[in-house]
Write a protein of this length. Structure first.
Length: 203
């Protein structure tokens, strides 16, 4: 029975994670977002291509789907279920079965994971993202810094006994996947060719 619960959490989490809000929304607005801007199916590219409102809508949708999966996982199997759901949803978001395994970079989902781990982690990563993105004018750098911060804050809280092992493992997995998905951005950042973030001017 327990194994069946985990199977449902992982399978359901991956499938819901594979529902790409940016792709669905961008097709409604005209063109698949993966054919515009950076080619990424995420909130940042949506904002660049279709404006801030579209970017925020994508962020909210991706955040919500991850929150639903982790809540169901937690209700069914506690912290280990939360971890399994979070990992599955992040994987589906980055490698969606419905869209040729070409998805987002895990940041919007990662924000939900940060909140699920601990509210202090969430506040910390939001602050880190805003500072890094504002100072550099590059959303990608803010995203990578926030991903690293998830692990740092989670390790500290785990050492203090404030979060359990499954939540720490989820933080490490989500951060590693987000950094991996940003490998092309990191290359451009090192070369000094990463463009500044600028939302589309939608009239």
């Amino acid at each position: 029975m327990e194994a069946l619960k985990y199977l449902l959490i992982v399978a359901g989490g991956y499938l819901l994670g594979s529902v790409s809000i940016s792709i669905i929304l961008s097709r409604m607005l005209g063109t698949d977002v993966r054919k515009k801007g950076s080619g990424n199916a995420g909130a940042t590219n949506m904002a660049r291509s279709y404006g801030l409102l579209a970017g925020f809508a994508t962020l909210a949708g991706d955040f919500l789907k991850a929150a639903i999966v982790m809540y169901v996982g937690w209700r069914l199997c506690g912290d280990w279920g939360l971890m399994a759901g979070g990992m599955a949803c992040t994987t589906g978001h980055c490698f969606p079965i419905f869209y040729d395994f070409r998805g987002g970079k895990g940041i919007s989902v990662g924000a939900a994971i940060g909140l699920a781990i601990d509210w202090r982690v969430f506040i910390g990563i939001v602050i880190v993202f805003l500072i890094a993105a504002f100072l550099s004018k590059k959303a990608s750098l803010g995203s990578v810094c926030a991903a690293v911060a998830v692990v740092v804050f989670s390790v500290v809280l785990a050492a203090l006994g404030l979060i359990a092992l499954p939540r720490l493992l989820l933080a490490i997995y989500a951060a590693a996947l987000a950094v991996f998905q940003h490998r092309s951005n990191l290359k451009r950042l090192s070369e000094g060719t990463e463009p500044d973030f600028k939302a589309a001017d939608v009239k």
